[in-house]
Design a protein around this ligand. Structure first.
Ligand code: MYA
Length: 392
């Protein structure tokens, strides 16, 4: 609970801290939709020196501009030693899923120079909350150039995206962030599994404990050379129907989860080099797919280090086990990630992930991630294992 005033968020259809929790509050939309033709047709006003632009991610030059804006201005860790860094391939994967709207990839340029100085994106998704499947915008990559901070540009970006979502008859959104705002539906924590302890110590991602030496850390985190599970192989296009079935069954047990169809699974999970990796376990006798694991790759720039400039991280997506023990499945994912030169493997403590974190030597990190819904009230706090939703 926070008493902080939020000039913008206090006016928005989100659960407010003062609302408290409890069964007297109705679960579901906070504001009802208006007819789409009653939605404001013109964009919100920007300060006179700036103008709106829609960023076409198929256009190589625009995509580079977005990469550069994010590379120099996006999320840094508390100690300002790492900044998330996105490749063009990653951005196209993240921003162009089935049925995406170009108009939801919104930028702001300086009129005089055409320099891109701000960005926000939404992608359409279906999210099931309890038994209700809701069309939502997944909002991400809100970024304002460092020189334009604290000038209330972020609320204008958010309002403009909201307007464009309303124009597509979408009235709810899901987003995450490290900042505490009114009001998270759940708060999760990142856990980190060191794959390259020497580099992680060199770049101060991870500190050796008082009784830990480098050689002990290397030994502790050593992984087998070869995967353990019989029938473990890379996902292929032909696996999409079986994986969709497996995933839908798995996700049905969480209070809130992505509602994925075959097109979504093909887009989000079919392997793309250095973007997303997915593995299945195929029962050698029957060809049946019994287990599935996946992760995406996102690097960070290492700021102010003479020896290293890039930290390559894997982020756990979905892990479904019906036959292989979950920790063995994820251990195989660690082996694959290590072979692909990832330095660290990250996982949130959502879904069933808590069942393998300790066992596989993940350590809790400092990064908290709050999950939010826009215009949808859940009148109680969820624990992180109730979340079946990975937002990038
Ligand atoms: S999370 C990643 C956020 N990006 C970064 O951290 C990158 C580095 N930082 C920046 O670029 C800037 O600091 C940003 C703020 C752009 C974050 N989510 O313009 P301001 C509120 C929501 O003076 P600046 C992600 O991408 C803040 O509380 N609100 O601030 C998910 C204050 O409001 P209030 C935020 O520092 C994004 C106001 O903005 C965030 O120059 C989800 C201050 O504005 C934040 N991360 O710029 C967005 N940070 O006074 C919401 C600050 O009320 C989507 N603020 O406290 C909502 C759904 C929309 C679609 C709806 C469809 C129906």
């Amino acid at each position: 609970m926070s008493n902080k005033q939020h000039r913008f968020w206090d006016t928005q259809p989100v659960r407010q801290f003062k609302d408290g929790l409890g069964p007297s509050l109705v679960e579901g939309p906070i504001e009802q939709p208006t007819p789409v033709d009653a939605v404001k047709q013109e964009p919100y006003n920007l300060p006179a020196l700036y103008e709106w632009t829609t960023c076409d991610m198929d256009d190589d030059r625009t995509c580079s501009e977005v990469c550069n804006l994010l590379r120099d201005n996006y999320v840094v860790n508390e100690a300002s030693t790492f900044r998330l860094s996105f490749s063009k391939e990653f951005l196209r994967w993240a921003l162009c899923p089935p049925g995406y709207f170009k108009s939801w990839h919104i930028g702001v340029r300086v009129k005089a120079t055409q320099k891109l100085v701000s960005f926000i994106t939404g992608v359409p998704s279906r999210i099931r909350v309890r038994r209700e499947v809701v069309r939502m915008a997944e909002v991400n990559l809100l970024c304002v150039h460092k020189k334009l901070r604290s000038k209330r540009l972020a609320p204008v970006m958010i309002k403009e995206l909201t307007r464009r979502a309303h124009l597509e008859n979408v009235w709810q959104a899901a987003y995450t962030g490290g900042l505490l705002l009114p009001t998270p539906i759940a708060t999760c924590r990142y856990w980190h599994r060191s794959l390259n302890p020497k580099k992680l110590v060199d770049v101060r991602f991870y500190r050796l404990g008082p009784r830990m030496t480098m050689s002990r850390a290397v030994k502790l985190h050593r992984l087998p050379e070869a995967i353990v599970t019989l029938g473990f192989r890379k996902m292929e296009l032909a696996d999409v129907p079986a994986i969709t079935k497996l995933l839908r069954g798995f996700l049905s047990q969480f209070f809130i989860a992505a509602d994925l169809d075959e097109k979504d699974v093909e887009h989000w999970l079919l392997p793309v080099e250095n973007v997303v990796d997915s593995y299945v376990v195929q029962n050698p006798g029957t060809n049946e797919l019994t287990d599935f694991c996946s992760f995406y790759t996102l690097s960070s720039s290492i700021l102010n280090n003479q020896n290293h400039s890039v930290l390559k991280a894997a982020y756990s997506l979905y892990n479904v086990s019906t036959k292989t023990p979950l920790h063995q499945l994820v251990n195989d994912a660690l082996i694959v990630a290590k072979k692909e030169d990832h330095d660290v493997f990250n996982a949130l403590d959502i879904m069933h992930n808590h069942a393998f974190l300790d066992k596989l030597k993940f350590g809790p990190g400092d990064w908290r991630r709050h999950y939010y819904l826009y215009n949808y009230r859940i009148p109680f706090a969820l624990r992180s294992p109730a979340l079946g939703l990975v937002l990038l």
